[in-house]
Design a protein around this ligand. Structure first.
Ligand code: HEM
Length: 129
């Protein structure tokens, strides 16, 4: 049986695995590698803090989560398909590593945010047509 997410070290494990699977993915990988040319040494610690805030009540995350996505959307309009794909990779990553209430919470929170953003970008991109 797999164990649950209980520490920041656990968060680092799933965030690293998630972005590894994402960068080799056909639909979203190029957004990170070619469009935004992401600096991983900067991005990954930010994502550890973000997930620590959502799951373990951490207070280190300082940022504007929507901002980089608005920038991506200027170059590649983000669609429901992108977000559905993102969430399916996220769910697969969590399921491959952890199980328990926190693992479920991670998937639910990711799903809720992805769904809200998918609606927002869909609305925004329809307005701009
Ligand atoms: C289509 C799906 C998505 C794509 C293509 C995408 C892409 C990106 C990119 C390119 C960045 C900028 C990285 C950098 O330069 O540092 C970023 C940052 C970020 N993403 Fe996403 N993302 C997606 C969905 C999500 C979702 C669903 C969440 C939340 C559950 C999320 C949370 C974040 C956060 C917290 C940041 C850092 C924001 C900051 O600067 O503080 N992303 N994302």
């Amino acid at each position: 049986m797999k164990r649950d997410i209980t520490s920041k070290a656990d968060i680092e494990v799933f965030v690293d695995a998630f972005y590894k699977s994402m960068t080799s993915d056909d639909l979203v990988g190029h957004i990170f590698l070619d469009v935004m040319k992401v600096d991983w040494d900067h991005h990954l610690p930010k994502m550890y803090d973000f997930w620590e805030m959502l799951l373990l009540d951490g207070h280190s995350y300082r940022g504007a989560p929507m901002q980089p996505h608005l920038m991506v959307n200027q170059v590649i309009p983000l669609s429901k398909a992108h977000f559905e794909h993102w969430i399916s990779l996220f769910t697969q990553t969590i399921d491959s590593l952890f199980e328990g209430p926190k693992a479920e919470e991670a998937k639910t929170k990711a799903f809720n945010i992805a769904q809200t953003w998918a609606y927002k970008f869909d609305y925004l991109n329809k307005l701009e047509k």
